[in-house]
Design a protein around this ligand. Sequence first.
Ligand SMILES: CC(C)(COP(=O)(O)OP(=O)(O)OC[C@H]1O[C@@H](n2cnc3c(N)ncnc32)[C@H](O)[C@@H]1OP(=O)(O)O)[C@@H](O)C(=O)NCCC(=O)NCCS
Length: 165
Amino acid sequence: MDLPEGFHVNVKIEKASIADAEEILRIQKIAFESEGRLYNNLKIAPLVETLQDVIRDFDTHLVLKAVGERGEIAGSVRASVNEGTCWVSRLSVSPLYQNLGIGFRLMSEIEKCFPYVSKFELGAGNKSARSIGLYMKLGYVILGEIKKDNVILLRMGKDTAKGGK
Ligand SMILES: CC(C)(COP(=O)(O)OP(=O)(O)OC[C@H]1O[C@@H](n2cnc3c(N)ncnc32)[C@H](O)[C@@H]1OP(=O)(O)O)[C@@H](O)C(=O)NCCC(=O)NCCS
């Protein structure tokens, strides 16, 4: 999608709060619509998540948002640590803001928020070339496969203690 004339991509990455939950969910749903179409399944987890689900995640996850100059939310990501591994999920960038490096920045920043963790893991649909490419650029490698919602998810991860970037 073309950007409006005079559009600048000066986003800040900030910690999100529950007050952002509704907008985060709205952008997540717009962002993941293309994924739903790619897998011919509009019931993948990010598309059927409810506002209550997102609000609940704030209890257990760190949620980051990318905020534009006008205060608009352009994207988000969340992560939680379980048994020493940081699980990253719901990386979403509004279609209008895609391919501008925001996904990369959200990922880099969320990793930095967990300096005591060396293992990071996430799931990426096996046909999602763009997100797989982005995660590989960030040093993630494919660890295995999980079948979920009739979609094959690649389990990707990196271990910074073992030389992952
Ligand atoms: C995946 C997503 C978060 C990426 O966000 P983004 O802000 O557009 O990503 P960035 O601009 O930071 O990075 C794009 C990178 O994707 C990769 N990429 C883009 N198109 C690609 C393609 N066709 N093949 C391989 N890699 C590709 C490249 O690594 C590119 O980096 P570059 O700057 O070196 O070209 C965004 O497209 C999105 O929200 N998609 C829908 C939801 C989704 O799929 N989330 C991930 C779930 S696992």
